[in-house]
Write a protein that binds this ligand. Sequence first.
Ligand code: URA
Length: 248
Amino acid sequence: MLRLDRWLVTLGIGSRSEMQKLIRKGGVKVDGVAVTDPGRQVDEKTAQLAVQGAAVDGRLTRHVMLHKPAGLLTAARDKKQPTVMDLLPETYAAIGCMPVGRLDKDTTGLLLLTTDGELNHRLLAPGRHVDKTYRATVDGPLDECHVAAFAAGLHIPEDGKEPAFDAAPARLTLEGDCTGVLTIQEGKFHQVKRMFRVVGREVMQLHRMTFGPLTLEDQLPEGAWRELTEDEAAVLYAAAQMKAGGAQ
Ligand code: URA
């Protein structure tokens, strides 16, 4: 339950004073009835909201699958460059829907976003071992020696401000001369590119195919997004060892 004016402000519809004015004027309906008290407690999970005659989706919990195109930053906002948030209606940023981890600006593919901070945190926690699968096209042939090197675990040297680390054993499947599908459970900065660099290959194209139990939907073109289905959200919560709506 929360105050009606606060609900509208959280959804990004307007400022507190604007919303209070609008509510007092009768411009907001809850379950089909105009409510003129801005402080009225409403159940945002079940109440149907309409603002100035138009139905408004009032859910404050949302989970999104987005097919990230190249050229956008993975960030909640940036002063200079466009971000993945520019692909979503403004409400999503207003209610705190945030990317789960980060894809580089030139990386394409599956990016999840959620309003659930605990879910976000757990999916990225190093101890959680959530699989992520990437298709990488590199600047030279890949063979069984590369597969074995990834499987053995690689020492990744320092890279600028990024410290060195030992990458856990990872599965590389060869797909073509210069293309491989790599599954890792970690998510260090530029991890895939740095791993390939250690075995003498530069990544030319990187595309994330899966994150935990979810696979990027084939039908979702670059730049498009959709909300997760209930089943998809449930398996994601299970991967984070959480119940939907709270940690176990
Ligand atoms: N590893 C990278 O190097 N880049 C990404 O965008 C994701 C994983």
